[in-house]
Design a protein around this ligand. Structure first.
Ligand code: BEZ
Length: 208
């Protein structure tokens, strides 16, 4: 059974580098950036962990808690974090899940046997405070993720929730947004008193 957008994120209890957690309790009233990587002490993963830690203030500003996972143990994670801090010039504080028995990896379909029977691929789940899955991404083991895109999509999701808008291709914070087709022009007059530019009846752009 695949994990689809809008599903409730499967809950689990697990050991992490910051102690045992119940996933839903740990998310609390925040958003979660839940991401897996293949293995500790590997080069691409080391840069990704470092980048996530360097972006700590950006995640905080968006009320997002990062949490990593690999199929190694807490002890291995803790040793590796020292390397991440040394090589990436950071002070990694977010939890990393230990999943040596693949329980969480299998629950979230992070094991793609065509890639590896034992290591997770690079999965991303953005989960909102209602514990709903809002975004999924899957990257291969050899390609590091784009963390600007992770922040961009979180901004788009949060803006969409707050202002009832959609965002166009390559949208960045501050750009014009789209009035979704589900909102009629009559309704739009109340929601978007600033008005809009009607390029087509189905393509209306506004500022927020
Ligand atoms: C890496 O993090 O560098 C990596 C891990 C597993 C396979 C390929 C690359």
């Amino acid at each position: 059974m695949s994990i689809r957008l809008g599903d409730t994120a499967p809950n689990f209890k697990v050991a992490t580098t910051k102690g045992d957690i119940d996933f839903h309790e740990w998310i609390g009233d925040s958003w979660a950036f839940f991401f897996s990587h293949p293995a500790d002490f590997t080069p691409v993963c080391t840069t990704e962990m470092g980048r996530t830690s360097q972006l700590n203030k950006e995640f905080d500003a968006r009320n997002v808690k990062p949490i990593g996972l690999s199929t190694d143990t807490v002890e291995e994670h803790l040793k590796w974090i020292e390397d991440v801090n040394d090589t990436q010039g950071t002070d990694l504080q977010f939890p990393i899940i230990a999943d040596p028995d693949l329980e969480v990896s299998k629950l979230y379909e992070m094991i793609h046997p065509g890639e590896s029977e034992t290591a997770a691929v690079r999965s991303v789940f953005i989960i909102d405070p209602n514990k709903k899955i809002r975004l999924t991404l899957t990257y291969p083991m050899s390609v590091g993720r784009n963390f600007d895109e992770i922040l961009r999509v979180i901004d788009a999701l949060q803006l969409g929730d707050a202002k009832k808008v959609a965002t166009p291709a390559d949208w960045k914070k501050g750009d014009d947004v789209i009035i979704p087709p589900s909102i009629s022009n009559e309704q739009a007059k109340d929601i978007f008193p600033q008005g809009w530019d009607e390029i087509r009846p189905y393509l209306r752009k506004t500022k927020v």
